[in-house]
Design a protein around this ligand. Structure first.
Ligand SMILES: Nc1nc2c(c(=O)[nH]1)N[C@H]1C(S)=C(S)[C@@H](COP(=O)(O)O)O[C@H]1N2
Ligand SMILES: [Mo]
Length: 383
């Protein structure tokens, strides 16, 4: 067998012999796409396991740094959006190869094509389900979270297989002037440079026009993201309003906080307000990518649990007044429950919480996904 670098590219129909469809362009774009997918995958796992920790890990999730989840989920959505641009460019670069004739030239070729089909299909579905989740549109019959999570493994597995199959090509075209590749169209020309610059510019525009949803200094550039860090009741976005959650005036009229533990008790709102006051500057970081820091005031969860006679190291189950919905009940492990910054918040920016932000009381805890910052809290249970 000849050294792989001397082998001519496997498929080169004359009509597609330009530099924009060659292996060097595919490698150059593929590296960035691969990097985006890896960051997206790792941050996706972080998000998944913070929300659905295996039972053995639930008590040792880190409550620091307070901005950890904000950063990781900002990266998840940012790299996911960049991956959409890169995926389109990559598909455009390689599409002549996807339509070669004959479609199958043997078992090995058939398997390779099948693996590429799985890679393309899963990657496209993964980034578009993610995008539609950001705009909260679910035009499909399956559950978003399970599908997005399962597909992530298919995508990452297919990428690894693809890297293994294409390793010789990637190696030969990794740098502009690989030794021994003179007969391959490896030299950069203005057309390839223009394509790569164009792709970079498109990613720059997409990123700059959305990253302000979580990177507050750039919030003025946030033109495309569906939520803006400043826009919403009390200057903070809202995903689920009180009306959407079915929080009625009647339900709030006889609200009281029930705390269940070795010494159970309940408190009216006035009694709760009379307890030692604590405050914290903490971000809300939504899984959909927006995040914003705010000043919260209320009562420490640790104080409420201690008063119920909770043993040290106890976890907590929180129940909302909301009648349905996936976020009505939430559990938090020891490290969050004990943290002095974890509050049952009654105030936002020094004012009483508005209905949409969880009046009369909501959870705010450091380094946690927004979905776990339960609003309209009515019951705490020591676990
Ligand atoms: N009870 C309840 N709490 C909830 C939700 C919900 O649907 N129900 N949504 C969560 C989500 S997805 C986020 S991002 C935060 C947003 O808080 P905010 O609306 O005060 O900004 O609240 C969380 N708390
Ligand atoms: Mo959220």
């Amino acid at each position: 067998m000849r050294p792989s670098s001397l082998r001519p590219p496997p498929l080169r129909p004359p009509s597609f012999s330009g530099r924009l469809h060659d292996a060097r362009t595919a490698t150059a774009v593929g590296r960035w796409l691969g990097a985006a997918f890896v960051v997206c995958f790792v941050t996706g796992l972080i998000s998944h396991y913070l929300q659905h920790p295996p039972s053995w890990a639930a008590d040792s999730l880190p409550a620091r740094p307070i901005w950890g989840y904000r950063l990781s989920q900002g990266l998840h959505v940012g790299t996911g959006l960049a991956a959409i641009v890169l995926l389109l460019v990559k598909l455009w670069t390689v599409y002549p190869r996807l339509f070669t004739w004959p479609p199958v030239r043997g078992v090995r070729h058939a398997l390779e094509r099948l693996s590429v089909a799985v890679l393309v299909a899963s990657a496209v579905l993964e980034v578009f389900t993610g995008l539609l989740n950001v705009v909260e549109w679910y035009p499909w019959p399956f559950g978003f979270i399970q599908t997005h999570f399962a597909l992530a493994w298919v995508v990452i597995g297919s990428i690894m297989l693809h890297l293994a199959v294409k390793a010789p090509d990637i190696r030969a075209h990794w740098s502009r002037r690989s030794p021994g590749t003179r007969e391959l169209p490896a030299a950069d020309g203005p057309d390839r440079r223009a394509l790569l610059l164009g792709a970079g510019a498109a990613i720059g525009v997409v990123t700059l026009a959305t990253v302000g949803q979580s990177l507050t200094p750039l919030k003025r550039l946030d033109l495309l993201a569906p939520r803006h860090p400043d826009i919403g009741p009390m200057g903070l976005p809202v995903n689920r309003t009180a009306a959407a959650a079915g929080i009625t005036a009647e339900a709030l009229a006889d609200w009281r906080l029930e705390v269940i533990g070795p010494n159970p008790y309940h408190l009216t709102l006035d009694q709760l307000r009379a307890l030692p006051h604590a405050s914290a500057r903490l971000p809300i970081a939504c899984v959909e990518g927006w995040s914003v820091e705010a000043r919260w005031g209320g009562v420490r969860i640790a104080d409420l649990l201690a008063r119920a006679g909770a043993p040290p190291g106890a976890g907590l189950r929180v129940t909302s007044l909301e009648t349905g919905g996936a976020y009505r009940v939430m559990e938090m492990g020891r490290d969050y429950a004990e943290d002095p910054l974890t509050l049952l918040a009654l105030e936002l920016h020094g004012e009483v919480l508005s209905a949409d932000h969880g009046y009369p009381a909501r959870i705010i805890a450091p380094n946690r996904p927004g979905v776990l910052q339960t609003k309209w809290v009515t019951r705490l249970e020591v676990l």
